[in-house]
Write a protein that binds this ligand. Structure first.
Ligand SMILES: [Zn+2]
Ligand SMILES: [Zn+2]
Length: 316
């Protein structure tokens, strides 16, 4: 991987700032005024669909790292759910994530922890680099994803898709809540809990993987970055908190390597494998300590075969 020249240009992104601020204000205030038990169920279903099926299963372990293969229906559904998390479409998410792995904890890491917790958790979304803020630019980091028309469609229609799903939830809430007519209160609770509050929870769960797991936790593998295994992020982020394991062997579809390292996404993957929907599964190579500790020599790394990356990485 070779960094784009635009990687050195950073601009304050007002659109992202206004969006993230508005979602937090609406979600965190109105959820107290519009609550129903049905809305809580919608929140949990949407949280798992977007956060786990979409982001950790779809965007991360499948599309970014190719830790397994699955049929096109499951892949496309997962990419749709990932787009609903509103963290960018599949192209910008995968492109940025691959840059993170290639340049972890250096000044070219999109959410470099060396710039502080605030930057790695949320600040990097407001101060966007030009190479990650433009579809054409970020496509260079993931040409395999960018060339798929369906992924480009999701990338360009992320907000529209969110609006359509939000209005559908609104209608569903109105119909389900009213015994005699449209229940406006239940409709509002569905959209507040199923869209706005769920976006807030999904954002922070993902952001903790960028921030907390490069700051707090253990480092059983001597990777050439500052990634950590963090148990509470492991629980919150569907298994993604076993981040030092992940940086040691990025392609491995299983992040919780020990029996006690709870990894919900792995439970999903292994269940689908049992049902016959998963092939070409990449598992952690638990061979010698040396083998699993040196990321730069890790033959399972998606970046290991790119000489430009190696030279670029050494230069930073
Ligand atoms: Zn990381
Ligand atoms: Zn990764």
């Amino acid at each position: 991987m070779k960094l784009r020249e635009s990687a050195s240009i950073t601009k304050f992104n007002w659109r992202n700032f206004i969006w993230i601020t508005a979602v937090h204000i609406i979600g965190l205030t109105l959820c107290w005024f519009y609550f129903t038990w049905q809305a809580l169920i919608v929140f949990l279903v949407m949280h798992y669909l977007t956060g786990m099926v979409g982001i950790t299963f779809g965007f991360h372990r499948l599309l970014s790292h190719k830790g397994f293969k699955t049929n096109s229906f499951i892949q496309n559904f997962a990419a749709f759910c990932g787009t609903l998390a509103c963290q960018g479409g599949p192209i910008s998410w995968v492109g940025q994530h691959r840059v993170h792995h290639a340049f972890s904890d250096t000044k070219y890491d999109p959410h470099d922890m060396n710039l502080g917790f605030w930057h790695s958790h949320i600040g990097f979304i407001f101060n966007r680099r030009a190479d990650l803020n433009d579809v054409a630019e970020v496509s260079h980091y993931c040409p395999d994803i960018a060339r798929v028309k369906y992924f480009m469609f999701l990338e360009k229609n992320m907000i529209l898709i969110q609006v359509i799903v939000g209005l559908s939830l609104f209608a569903l809430g109105g119909v389900l809540g009213g015994a005699t007519g449209f229940d406006w209160y239940n409709a509002m609770s569905f959209i507040i809990w199923g869209v706005f509050l769920r976006l807030v929870s999904g954002y922070h769960v993902t952001w903790f993987v960028n921030s907390a797991t490069h700051k707090w936790g253990t480092r059983p593998h001597n990777t050439n970055d500052d990634s950590r295994n963090n148990w509470w992020v492991g629980i919150l982020a569907f298994g993604e908190g076993w981040h030092n394991n992940h940086h040691a062997q990025p392609r491995a579809a299983r992040h919780g390597w020990e029996w006690w390292q709870f990894d919900q996404t792995w439970i999903m993957i292994s269940t689908l494998k049992t049902l016959g929907f998963i092939t070409d599964l990449k598992l952690p190579n638990r061979g010698s300590k040396q083998e699993i500790s040196l990321k730069s020599d890790d033959s399972t790394s998606p970046h290991s075969s790119t000489p430009e990356l190696t030279s670029q990485r050494k230069a930073v």
